[in-house]
Structure formats: structure tokens, C-alpha cells
Design a protein around this ligand. Structure first.
Ligand code: DAT
Length: 175
């Protein structure tokens, strides 16, 4: 039996995935390992190339999935990434899609020093709900939750809500 659930935390860059995942890993009633997929891709060279113009890596999806499979199969994982459709449907117990007002998102990405066209691309993706659509077309509707992530109050309320969900998961999976 899995030691813990697999929770995908996704959303446009800057919506707060890493901030949420870190807090959730601290507050979860079952041990959860936070995997920042972007960092893993860099550390383990799971990419085909680095695109200077977009300042981003072209991920080798097969390599990434092979790397993640044994880790995810143990359970008790938070997958933190800006896309979720490449993960097999069977992996996820819960998919959290973080959302943010696009003007606020613009400021966050500007602070991060992203090139203008990358800020524009992400801003547009947020307005067009690209990641939410992706999550909804890749996973059953009952496991996909859309949460606003604009301020600290949202962050705390979202983490509390996910902790409640984990408590329910724990009860359902009790021996
Ligand atoms: P992501 O991992 O989605 O790229 P992040 O967690 O690094 O995003 O957050 C980007 C910045 O925005 C960071 O400075 C923290 C801030 N932030 C994100 N969500 C927030 C929230 N709900 N309340 C306050 N600050 C938030």
C-alpha cells in the first residue's frame, strides 16, 4: 500500500507552486516528499537542450518519466511543475491547479527576471487557462481542484484545505 498520496501541484510559472508545496510538505499529516520537477530535470540532465532565447530547457519526457516512476510508485509525493499532462493518469490522487490574477503574475515574473516574451507567454497562458484545461483533459474531474493563489491568506487556506483532503485520504487508506 502507498505510504501517502501523490499530489500534483501545477499552474503557470509564478502562481505559487513551490511556495505551496514547501508549506504542504511541512504541514502534511503524512510524510510527503516535495519534488520540484524543473530542478530535477536540471540536476539529472533530463533535457534535450537549453533554449537561450526562451531561457528554458526542452525536457526529455521519456527520461523524466523513467526517473520519476520508481519515486512516485512509493507514494507520499508532491510533484511541483508547470505542466501535468505528461504524467500518467494513474499516478495522481489529487491535482491542484493554482491560479493568479494576470497583472499580479506579471509582477512576480518580472521580479524573477524573465525575458519580456517569456512573461508575455506565461501571462497569456494564465488568461487562457492553459494549465487548467490541460489538467481537466488529463485527469478525472473529481480529482482536479482549482485554487486562487494571490496572497498569504490564500496560501494558508489552500494548504489547510489540502491537509483536510490528506486526512480523509489517510482514513480511507487505514489498514
Ligand atoms: P511557482 O513555483 O509557481 O513558479 P513560486 O512559489 O516560486 O511560484 O512563487 C512565485 C512568487 O510569488 C514568490 O515570490 C512567492 C510569491 N507567491 C506565490 N503565491 C503566493 C501567495 N499565495 N501569497 C503570497 N505570495 C505568493
Amino acid at each position: 500500500m502507498a505510504r501517502g498520496p501523490v499530489i500534483i501541484v501545477t499552474g503557470t510559472p509564478g502562481t505559487g507552486k513551490t511556495t505551496h508545496a514547501q508549506m504542504l510538505a511541512e504541514e502534511s499529516p503524512v510524510p510527503l516528499k516535495h519534488i520540484n520537477v524543473g530542478d530535477l530535470v536540471k540536476e539529472k540532465n533530463l533535457y534535450e537542450e537549453y533554449d537561450e532565447e526562451w531561457q528554458s530547457y526542452t525536457v526529455d519526457e521519456d527520461k523524466l518519466l523513467d526517473e520519476l516512476e520508481p519515486i512516485v510508485s512509493e507514494g507520499g509525493i508532491i510533484l511541483d511543475w508547470h505542466t501535468c499532462e505528461i504524467f500518467p493518469e494513474r499516478w495522481a490522487d489529487l491535482v491542484v491547479v493554482l491560479r493568479c490574477d494576470h497583472t499580479k503574475l506579471w509582477d512576480r515574473l518580472e521580479k524573477r527576471g524573465y525575458p519580456l516574451k517569456k512573461i508575455q507567454e506565461n501571462n497569456e497562458a494564465e488568461i487562457m487557462e492553459v494549465v487548467l484545461d490541460e489538467a481537466r483533459s488529463s485527469y478525472p474531474p473529481e480529482i482536479v481542484v482549482e485554487l486562487q493563489s494571490e496572497g498569504t491568506e490564500d496560501l494558508e487556506a489552500n494548504v489547510a484545505r489540502i491537509v483536510q483532503w490528506i486526512n480523509a485520504w489517510k482514513e480511507q487508506h487505514a489498514e
